[in-house]
Design a protein around this ligand. Structure first.
Ligand code: HAM
Length: 417
């Protein structure tokens, strides 16, 4: 029996037309990032396990349950990009080069979760990190950037929620507040939250368990209960800018995010169309991360959007083809001429295709039609010997006889129309 290999659950094979849609998204995204002054970085898929333990946090789903570890080594497939960018920034002493950096990255992340719609083991991040400033203008800019990308990709159904965790002192105050208010319920929490109560109380706030959620909502948390005046002012600055830029948001005092490195602003872009995996992207400030990993104390903020979740919301067109010309020939002798023409067109950056299967002329036209190629050049024995080539407009079903030497300029002109 032949063995047929299948893709791993929770991974995706992308092929046309969807792979073309992804390329179009990437082109758009790159243009937007560059417009906002972000520079591209391409970092490896493998990192030390300790990097994520120290930055994302040991009592987090990512570190406790989801990292793919290379057996017998302290190396993991990166589950996210922020800690990695911080590692790269510190290792290369980038603060000495310039006191402010803006990076963007597009690439695969890996999390060993039980796969379901929108939750994959291998997925792609569209991410940005701005390192070196604590300005609330930068928080507002990064939020605007994330929202702009989602919108320009063509997503309509989304909303933005945000919160502020404050500085480390405020976070500790919030953790204590949660512990004080929740102590009486401790034994009624789910097993995960009972553990979180002792080691990471903030994480109780985003527990999905129904029983825990009822208790959490009864807390009536508000930022004024735990933010210091500086952090309160910073957050008000962000909110005022979002108001001024008419970026709609919802303040959600229960939003804490499942990664430990966040301080101050945290946000999520969510949709109502994806069920439980409703976050299209998320981000926030991480003013302590770089110093925790051994670098200077610098303000930083960033976000990452999940490409696959975005794709789930987009209609996939039935056909996308970037080929513009098919060069058909009426005989084997003419095939060589056709091949020369295809080469000439490609050299002139006119995407062109030719037959490789010894098809008849009729079958070549049918194939070109199937590929959706708008122009077919027909190299026919008789016309060619008289110095002519046929150019067929497949949409209008119109055919024109052109002189060989005029072919290139005619095709170039058609391309422009
Ligand atoms: P995150 O919330 O873990 O944040 O991931 C960002 C986005 O990646 C999510 O909102 C979601 O769209 C997508 N995503 C996450 N896990 C999966 C999965 N298993 N399958 C498919 N898509 C997924 C971070 O990773 C932070 N590094 C974001 C950040 C950047 N914060 C500051 N800078």
């Amino acid at each position: 029996m032949k063995q047929i290999f299948r893709s791993i659950r929770g991974t995706t094979d992308f092929y046309p037309p969807q792979s073309f849609v992804i390329e179009e998204i990437i082109e758009k995204v790159k243009a937007i990032f560059q417009n906002f002054g972000y520079e591209p970085i391409i970092l490896p898929h493998l990192e030390e396990e300790g990097l994520f333990k120290k930055s994302v946090g040991t009592i987090t789903d990512i570190v406790e349950k989801q990292m793919f570890k290379i057996e017998s080594k302290d190396i993991v497939l990166r589950p996210e990009g922020t800690a990695q960018v911080a590692r790269f920034y510190i290792e290369n002493n980038l603060s000495k080069l310039r006191d402010f950096h803006k990076f963007y990255y597009l690439g695969a992340m890996f999390r060993g979760e039980r796969p379901q719609k929108g939750r994959l083991r291998e997925f792609n991040h569209i991410g940005a990190e701005a390192i070196g400033s604590n300005s609330f203008y930068l928080d507002a800019e990064i939020i605007e950037l994330a929202v702009k990308i989602v919108r320009e990709i063509g997503i309509k159904d989304f909303s933005l929620k945000l919160n502020s965790l404050g500085c480390i002192k405020d976070k500790n105050r919030l953790a204590q507040l949660i512990k004080d208010k929740l102590a009486v319920y401790k034994n009624t929490f789910c097993p995960d939250c009972q553990k979180r109560f002792n080691y990471n109380p903030l994480r109780i706030l985003d527990c999905k368990n129904e029983g825990c959620r009822v208790i959490i909502h009864s807390l009536n948390l508000d930022r004024t209960n735990y933010l210091c005046s500086d952090c309160n002012e910073h957050f008000s600055g962000v909110l005022n800018l979002l108001d001024e830029f008419a970026i709609a948001y919802h303040y959600d005092p229960l939003l804490v995010r499942g990664l430990d490195y966040y301080t101050n602003t945290v946000f999520e872009i969510i949709t109502s169309l994806l069920g439980s995996q409703d976050a299209l992207g998320a981000g926030g400030r991480y003013n302590e991360l770089i110093s925790n990993l051994g670098g200077d104390r610098v303000g930083a903020v960033g976000f990452a959007l999940g490409l696959e979740r975005i794709l789930l919301l987009l209609d996939t067109p039935t056909q996308i083809n970037r080929l513009e010309v098919f060069v058909a020939s009426s005989s084997l002798e003419m095939y060589k001429e056709a091949y020369r023409i295809a080469r000439l067109l490609r050299e002139n950056n006119i995407p062109s295709e030719i037959d490789y299967k010894d098809r008849t002329l009729k079958a070549q036209l049918k194939y070109a039609n199937k590929l959706g190629i708008p122009i077919v050049i027909i190299v026919g024995d008789e016309e060619f010997k008289e110095g002519y080539i046929l150019v067929r407009d497949m949409e209008k079903s119109l055919q024109e006889k052109v002189r060989k030497e005029d072919l290139l300029s005619i095709i170039k002109r058609r391309k422009r129309c």
